[in-house]
Design a protein around this ligand. Structure first.
Ligand code: DC
Length: 671
């Protein structure tokens, strides 16, 4: 997951390949609650691991459910209808799929068995309505109090006296989650008799109710219904675990990759595994909307393959009530269509993670689109000219994910061949449902190598360039090339293989096939063995310095270094990064520090590794190495002509990083 302040996407040009998507949020949180209410253990396969499921799991744990993960399977042992704890405070983040059903279930349990539970969330959760659900629960005799503003969380549920009079009435036109919450929770009260629920107003997002009914059936509860207005929970219903249950991949998450195929898979398709024609999720019908816009789709029970069909895409005018979440993806596809696209009947967008109609309109306009918004519709005309934009994401995962598709603007009928880059602010908001969204996107997206941004940090030995490159790469979410490590690994490999330090041909041969791997957490493997520490040895560094003078060795390592230039970008550190390997880099920094400062830093480094050294000797050695590096005929150490010099003798790492990021920002088009 990218936890950076922003993530810059260069213009992207094509997509192909296979993705496996994380489990459905809607199914995951319903299954968790049902497992938590059942007696016995439910083995849940492919559960989504995200912010919204984490708060649900924490709540169940707090309530006394036993939860263990075993391989990729989560075992949940439920309460079996009786409270283990009479008091708890539950924090539910911004997860509507946890807040609403837990409120209902705990209100019923507290009314029947006694207890007091507080449910709260992030500030936005406290602006999302829950009054219709509370009204319904009060009809049943549940005790529910508002702890903040009437009609909104936080809430307290407490003792009450359940009574079954007539049918329970609930509004269906604000959020279908109120009805879902009642359907999931009221079987708890069904020992009193059959329970009727009557929906007032036109029920929105019906497909989500279908998921609820489907999963209730899997847990042994057969809800009767008349159309979409009356539902009956039979007397004496009780939750029975199905034992094993598989969570299908999230159909809303699939929408980004369906759109990706429609926009950018002009050759081989984008293939999605884990969700397909047999899905019980309503958002699977996004596929039909994408087809209407021109996507070419092949499908199986649990897979989809998407290619570009019509191009440019066809503008549509669509009632999106059945696919409220995935419809946001259509709004971004509209940027690639001929003419204006209208998405209707989407009033529920205004009460989601953010006011999605306002947010989508504001951000689409930044790209150059002409947007008209109403209380329950949005109309989008593609940009006449695309503009680079920093997209605000409003702590809304779907905004971050759907806007990433705007990076394919070089393909747009109104786009320019050079394309414009895009900035996604606060990319970590995708953690709500799809923590690895951007990594998954990059695994199938293609661009021209020269479009992938590179920032180089060159400089003499012990100038601190490695540390600086590391923190800059972290701040930008870019890959890191530590070219020194590659030379050091070649040296270590030569020592082990007994290749002489002056055998240029032998060393070059070794360098060309070096079985080197860079693993997460800065671990470096040589032929499968971790050598991270060994590479830092003084004798290895000294040999690296000697063998790096050979042109054939340098040539043999060139391709390997170029290969680090991957999406979304690269920070490359080493003495010739800006001069030889990436002469076209957007920003080149030449980092220096006085010989005295560098000697002192090296001295401290050695002490921290338990090695003794003499500062004057170190300084003399450094000066000698500088002289050799500067005077050698191949790739001598010198600043690139267009490099910016940074003397960090008196700067902290933080301060140096801020200086480099400031320079970087000046070269980006997002001001
Ligand atoms: O940066 P370092 O100390 O890890 O590098 C080890 C040696 O490798 C250094 O003395 C010179 C050589 N090197 C090089 O010639 N070109 C690079 N891009 C990186 C390192």
């Amino acid at each position: 997951m990218y936890t950076t302040e922003f993530l810059d996407l260069p213009p992207l040009r094509a997509a192909a390949g296979t993705v496996r998507l994380p489990g459905s949020k809607s199914i995951s949180n319903r299954v968790l609650l049902l497992a938590g209410l059942s007696a016995g253990t439910t083995r849940i396969h492919d559960l989504l691991d995200s912010d919204d499921t984490r708060v649900m799991l924490d709540a169940l744990r707090e309530l006394g459910c036993a939860i263990e993960s075993e391989g990729g399977v989560l075992n949940v042992t439920g309460l079996g209808g009786s409270l283990r704890k009479r008091q708890a405070r539950l924090f539910l983040g911004n997860a509507g799929t946890a807040m609403r059903p837990l409120t209902a279930a705990l209100a019923v349990l507290a009314a029947m068995q006694g207890g007091e539970f507080e449910l709260s969330g992030v500030p936005r959760m406290h602006e999302r309505p829950i009054g219709d659900l509370v009204d319904a629960l009060r009809q049943l005799g549940c005790g529910v109090d508002y702890l903040g503003q009437d009609g909104y969380p936080p809430l307290r549920v407490r003792d009450g006296a359940l009574r079954l009079g007539g049918p329970i009435r609930v509004r269906g036109d604000v959020s279908s989650q109120f009805l879902t919450a009642l359907l999931l929770a009221l079987p708890l009260a069904s020992e009193l008799g059959a329970i009727d629920i009557e929906v007032e107003g036109e029920l929105i997002s019906k497909p989500y109710i279908e998921i609820t009914l489907n999963l209730l059936a899997r847990f042994g509860i057969a809800v009767g219904r008349e159309g979409w207005s009356r539902f009956t929970i039979p007397r004496g219903s009780s939750y029975r675990t199905p034992g094993d249950i598989h969570v299908e991949a999230d159909a809303s998450s699939a929408s980004y990759f369906v759109a990706l195929g429609a926009i950018a898979a002009a050759g081989a398709p984008v293939r999605i595994e884990g969700v397909g024609a047999d899905s019980i999720q309503g958002d699977i019908r996004f596929v039909e909307a994408a087809e209407a816009m021109g996507a070419q789709v092949a499908r199986g029970a649990n897979w989809l393959e998407i290619r570009r069909g019509a191009w440019p895409l066809k503008a549509i005018d669509l009632d999106c009530n059945h696919i409220p979440d995935a419809a946001m993806t259509l709004a971004v596809m509209a940027l690639y269509a001929e003419g204006g696209t209208t998405l209707r009947n989407i009033a529920s967008w205004r009460v989601k993670e953010t006011d999605r109609i306002a947010a989508m309109a504001a951000e689409l306009r930044k790209l150059g689109a002409t947007v008209e918004e109403g209380t329950d519709f949005i109309r989008i005309e593609p940009p006449a000219q695309w503009r680079p934009a920093a997209i605000r994401t409003y702590d809304d995962h779907r905004i971050a994910m759907c806007f990433s598709l705007a990076a394919f603007n070089p393909l747009a009928p109104t786009g320019s061949d050079t394309g414009v880059p895009l900035r996604i602010l606060d990319p970590k908001c995708v953690g709500k449902t799809f923590p690895d969204y951007f990594e998954t996107l990059f695994s199938v997206a293609r661009t021209r190598t020269e479009d992938i941004p590179v920032l180089t940090i060159d400089g003499p030995t012990a100038s601190g360039k490695g540390t600086l490159a590391d923190v800059v790469a972290d701040a930008l979410g870019y890959h890191l090339l530590d070219s020194g490590a590659i030379y050091r690994a070649t040296a270590l490999s030569a020592m082990r293989a007994g290749v002489a330090p002056d055998d240029e041909a032998g060393l070059a041969q070794l360098a060309a096939v070096l079985p080197l791997a860079f693993e997460p957490g800065h671990r470096i493997l040589l032929d499968g063995e971790e050598v991270t520490e060994q590479l830092r040895r003084e004798d290895v560094g000294a040999l690296a310095s000697r063998i790096s003078v050979f042109p054939r060795v340098r040539e043999a390592l060139r391709e390997r270094q170029l290969a680090f230039r991957q999406l979304p970008g690269l920070v490359a550190d080493g003495r010739d990064m800006g001069t030889v390997i990436f002469p076209q880099a957007e920003l080149k920094v030449f980092l220096t520090a006085s010989a005295a400062t560098r000697a002192e830093r090296r001295h401290r480094q050695l002490i921290s590794r338990g090695l003794s050294s003499n500062m004057d000797d170190l300084r003399r050695e450094l000066e000698a190495r500088d002289a050799r590096d500067q005077s050698r005929s191949t790739a001598p150490l010198k600043p690139a002509e267009d490099a910016l010099l940074l003397d960090n003798s008196a700067l902290t790492i933080e301060a140096s990083m801020h200086e480099v990021l400031k320079w970087w920002e000046q070269r980006r088009p997002f001001r």
